[in-house]
Design a protein around this ligand. Sequence first.
Ligand code: NDP
Length: 326
Amino acid sequence: MRAMVIDKSDSGQQASLCDFNEAELMEGDVTVRVSHSCLNYKDGLALTGKAPVVRRFPMIPGIDFAGVVETSAHDGYKPGDAVLLNGWGTGETHLGGYAELSRVKGDWLVPLPAGLTAAQAMAIGTAGYTAMLSLMAIERHGLTPDAGPAVVTGAAGGVGSVAIALLHRAGWRVIASTGRMQESEYLTSLGADEIIDRATLSGAPKPLAKERWAAAVDSVGSTTLANVLSMTRSGGAVAACGLAGGMDLPGSVAPFILRGVALLGIESVMAPKPRRVEAWGRLARELDLTKLDAMTRTIGLADVAEAAAEIIAGRVRGRIVVKIGG
Ligand code: NDP
């Protein structure tokens, strides 16, 4: 089968599109014929080797995929079932989605939700699913749009684009923070009510700053996250899901102890099955598919390496689907 494979030699790691022996697929009770995968920031890290995402060589990257069950020894799935998978170490410790076939544990799979095609599911992908987990965490915290606006950082990226559309649909006034002010029209079309330059969140963070929003979805981390926290209203909450700007958090405890602000950690890889099913079901029902279409472009496996460099450079707008087969 055709696959993108990352291998390691003395000169470092190399990614190439090649033939991969199906017999070398890893253990699992379901084999899926993959039709679509996508490009997430973590796939960019894996393919460029910028961070040690890949834990086994050779590795087929691709942290998520959608397709049709080919063979199954799992009670929940039979040949022909449409399924998707995200996380569980796929593309990191387990051979991933950039291949015509993937063999995985059936327990990792989610049935493709009614209303979504495989291509749409991967247009959403891990990034969009993480945006939904962030919204769900803000809601679980008890916040509603009456509390004030919600800010989205890394707005023109994958998590950011889907988060804007979801928050808008849920009734929030959405403030989009971007380094690409030229994308203002795009962000407005997704549902942003106000666009701010990300430079306003990149200065040295004060312990407390003027209160600007009640909720946040932050895919940037570092100084940006510290500034977002310092500008969050009393009782507000910040869903921290990313590190596109860095992994550190150079802030103060002041927002927590003086304003009762909550920092909500968002982790998509090992999220339990019921939360996954809920998130994917909500995405199928609540995400405006016209907006999803407008934020997505499709590439082939041969284009993935180039796109990986682009996403790490912060130059990808919205989402990229990778068409694999069928
Ligand atoms: P994208 O590259 O599509 O989006 C990231 C965006 O962040 C960019 O488009 C850019 O937006 C902004 N950005 C990039 N570099 C910087 C910088 N140096 N300083 C400030 N802003 C920057 O990636 P994804 O949306 O796929 O992922 C976003 C983050 O979320 C990643 O760190 C990823 O690892 C993380 N993530 C975490 C998950 C989890 O389980 N917690 C799951 C999925 C993703 P703009 O140009 O608009 O400023």
